[in-house]
Write a protein that binds this ligand. Sequence first.
Ligand code: ZN
Length: 437
Amino acid sequence: MIRRATILPAVLSCLSVTGFAQKPPAAPEKVTVIRAANLIDGVSDKPRHNVLIALRGNKIENVKDGGAPPAGAMVIDLGPEVTVLPGLIDTHTHIFLQGEDPAEGGYDIQLLKHPWSFRAARATVSVRRALEQGFTTLRDLETEGAGYGDVGLKEAINAGYIPGPRLFVVTRAISTTGGYPLEGYNPDIVVPKGAQLGDGPVELRKITRQQLDNGADWIKVYMTHRSWTDPKDDKKLVSQPTLTLEEIKAVTDEAHGWGKKVACHAYGGIGLHRALDGGCDSIEHGLDLDDAAITQMVEQGTWYVPTITVYYGDWAPENTPDGKRDRARAFVHEASFKKALKSGVKIAFGTDMGGIPWTQPIAQEFDYMVKFGMAPMDAIKSATSRAAELLNMKGELGVIAPGGYADIIAVAGDPSANIDALKNVRFIMKNGTVYRH
Ligand SMILES: [Zn+2]
């Protein structure tokens, strides 16, 4: 626990260094006050001004408009030009994946050639990069062949050995035979798979139990796999379903019994409808949401994590089958996002970072959400209070209010007027510990 103190500036060493999962120290902790000229608290529709945020240990004690800070409190004045916000939450990442650029060997080389220690070392950099961009929480949606490595990274962060966001992890993810790479190798050679594959409700329930037993906070399932364009219509996307309804129901029934939720990768068509009928809690990507799917998502309260940006990079050449598919994906995705927004589907911010190289800015996803019609303040809520709701952490994460964890950032400018401001993070605190000031 003390090790984290070595990476802190001396001036800030009076702040709590308590890890997320650890007991608070017995001695009374000092109060720290953040003076925020402008505050987006994650819940209110408009920014607040001249606010004092009092912190004790790793929690927010109170939030007051104006007035003087309590005597003896350490005051962090962030100045008039910045806006204070809750730490941001990305609900769809892959810390063990480092882009899929074919020139660098694509997806496959990471599973075939890189030792897990190398992948873990790079994942350490991924989580640090996320934190440095103001993302204090990630729901990491599978290790892509790196086993239970996410559980270890989470432990290392919580124990203070490495800097990183709070992690909610899914471990290996689940699909069916023929439902996930690696693919296309000599069938007589056993190659690793990026997810844990199984068939039939009995086997899939067992896999779910194994993952939960080994530390999964969520279960991730691939409900669709390959996709292509309809031969008669270049703009129509067709997706291969994976799990049957009986199979997905075994997974969700088991996970829900453990009090855990199920995130389902689903592009559209049969696989998407099985995901909804089978009780998935979040639809990941949801490129092609038809009206029936939207209605069902609203009725069931299913979350939508659109991950728009990742479908705008690295398109294959036009008029090739892959190039047509890539363009059709973006075309239908834009329409789906707009329909979901208009219909009141619950939307949480997610990027698929890892599918996107970690060198790129996470906040670029906000640009697409706003471009496709979401109000900047709603886009901010999707990455704060709404994302926290998805994570069953309402009131504890994604909000600056009494009782919340002291995950607090500040950006230059006003992101509710100019969403680009979220790319310029000046101050970062996670769990009461300052990482940048
Ligand atoms: Zn993903």
